[in-house]
Design a protein around this ligand. Structure first.
Ligand code: FES
Ligand code: FES
Length: 220
């Protein structure tokens, strides 16, 4: 995870130091680059892929060859037909069969919240959810949060509060905040803190995310 993040930052740092301008220009460019990076992350959850999981998923499939089943999944308002193994987790189906890589895999054991998606209106750790168990439910991933090219108010508020640092936890944080405000549009800060407590952030950006939730609840 951190390697992905470092790679993203390294690219942006290299870009920022290509030209020799004055310090104010440098600061302005750094801020613009940082903001563009955050916007990209927050809209699609895009960071570099975790290929280890792809290989692990492939090995698991090989072990259970011959038991695949075709199911229809309702994801972000679309019905997607996909072959799903009996033991397959929703995180793996989303990422490696449907190409929805905004949903992140980190701990892969229900501890960090990076893989959070909505099933119906409830948040769900997709790494510990069997895909077959949600075949008849509405699934929402980070790719389904912005509408018509417009960021969700939670996404805008997170940008305003500079919540995302490396951005790896951001898709899960967005999903948890969106689900909270859907269920409770005017939460207290304690209610928001509790609702977001299942999403860990290695960068320690908890206060910024919390401020983003409260900002979104107040209308931005
Ligand atoms: S990757 Fe699912 S909870 Fe950590
Ligand atoms: S883990 Fe880096 S922003 Fe949360």
């Amino acid at each position: 995870m951190s390697e992905d993040c470092r790679t993203s930052h390294e690219h942006s740092d290299a870009h920022e130091h290509n030209h020799d301008h004055g310090p104010l220009t440098e600061i302005a460019r750094t801020r613009a680059t940082r903001r563009s990076f955050i916007k990209g992350v927050i809209a699609s959850g895009a960071t570099l892929g975790a290929t280890g999981y792809l290989f692990r998923s492939g090995e698991a499939q090989a072990r259970t060859a011959g038991v695949e089943r075709l199911v229809s999944l309702k994801v972000n308002g679309q019905v997607r037909r996909v072959d799903v193994l009996p033991h397959e987790t929703l995180a793996n189906t989303l990422r490696y069969k449907l190409g929805l890589t905004g949903t992140k895999l980190s701990c892969d054991r229900g501890e960090c919240g990076a893989c959070t998606v909505m099933v119906g209106d409830a948040t769900n750790y997709s790494c510990t959810t069997l895909t077959h168990s949600v075949a008849d439910k509405e699934i929402t991933t980070i790719e389904g949060i912005a509408k018509n090219g417009q960021l969700h108010p939670v996404q805008k508020a997170f940008i305003e509060e500079i919540g995302p640092q490396c951005g790896f936890c951001t898709p899960g944080q967005v999903i948890s905040a969106v689900a909270l405000l859907k269920a409770n549009p005017n939460p207290t800060i304690e209610q928001a803190r509790r609702a977001m407590s299942g999403n860990l952030c290695r960068c320690g950006s908890y206060q910024q995310y919390l401020a983003g939730v409260m900002r979104a609840a107040k209308g931005g």
